[in-house]
Ligand binder design. Structure first.
Ligand SMILES: [Fe+2]
Length: 214
C-alpha cells in the first residue's frame, strides 16, 4: 500500500521547506482534532453509562484514530485547495486502515484497534473500509463516528470555514442514517451541556513547532 502511494506521489514536486510546513500543519491539525474527538468520545461514553475503563479506551482511540493521515501528507501535498476531492479521494479512505496498521505494532487493546479501524463506517452500511452495517460495526467505532464527524464540522478546512455548533448538529441530523441512534442521543445531550463548550475550546491548542532543540 505504501509503495503505491509513494509511486503516485513521485509526480508531485516536493519543495522541502513548503513540504515541512505542510507536515507541521498536518501534525498540528491531527493533534487538535484528536484531542477534541478524544474528549467528546469520552464524554459520550460516560453519558451512556459505560464503565470507566471503556470510556478511557475510547479517549485513547479518539486521540490516535487519524494518525494514519500523517502517512498521506506527502501524497496530498499540493492538493489542499482541490476542495471537492480533498476528503473523498481514494487515498484519504485508506487512513483508518493506515492508523490501524501503525497502532497494531504497539500494545493497544483490540477494542481500541477496532474502534480506530472502523471509525468511518456508517450505520447504514455506506462507510469504509468494509461497508459494515448497524451493530456489525464495533461499538467503539459507532461512538467515534459521531464525535469525529462533529469535530471535523466545527473545524476550519482549507476549502471552508468551521461551522458553528448548532449548524454542525443540524448537519449531523441531516445525515442521521450514518449514526447509531443511542450514541447520537447521548452525544446530543453532551453537546447541550454548557461545560462542553469549554471542553471544545480547550481542545484547540495553538501549536508552535518553531523552537530550537538544545
Ligand atoms: Fe478519520
Amino acid at each position: 500500500m505504501d509503495s503505491e502511494i509513494i509511486n503516485d506521489a513521485e509526480d508531485i514536486k516536493i519543495y522541502p521547506e513548503e513540504f515541512e510546513s505542510t507536515l507541521i500543519a498536518d501534525l498540528a491539525d491531527n493533534i487538535n482534532h484528536g484531542i477534541c474527538v478524544s474528549n467528546l468520545t469520552y464524554l459520550t461514553a460516560l453519558k451512556m453509562g459505560l464503565d470507566e475503563s471503556v470510556c478511557y479506551d475510547l479517549a485513547v482511540a479518539g486521540l490516535v484514530h487519524d494518525i494514519g493521515k500523517l502517512k498521506l501528507s506527502r501524497y496530498l501535498y499540493g492538493r489542499a485547495h482541490d476542495s471537492f476531492a480533498m476528503e473523498n479521494i481514494k487515498y484519504m479512505r485508506m487512513h483508518s486502515k493506515l492508523s490501524y496498521d501503525i497502532l497494531q505494532y504497539y500494545d493497544f487493546s483490540p477494542f481500541i484497534l477496532q474502534s480506530v479501524l472502523y471509525h468511518h463506517e456508517n450505520y447504514d452500511g455506506t462507510g469504509y473500509p468494509e461497508n459494515l452495517k448497524g451493530d456489525d460495526i464495533p461499538f467503539g467505532a459507532r461512538v467515534m463516528r459521531v464525535a469525529d464527524t462533529f469535530t471535523a464540522l466545527i473545524s476550519d478546512r482549507p476549502y471552508r470555514k468551521a461551522f458553528d455548533i448548532d449548524t454542525a448538529m443540524e448537519i449531523l441530523i441531516d445525515e442521521i442514517e450514518n449514526y447509531d441512534m443511542e450514541v447520537f442521543i447521548a452525544f446530543q445531550k453532551v453537546i447541550h451541556e454548557p461545560e462542553t463548550l469549554d471542553v471544545i475550546n480547550k481542545s484547540r491548542l495553538i501549536i508552535d513547532f518553531d523552537f530550537d532543540i538544545l
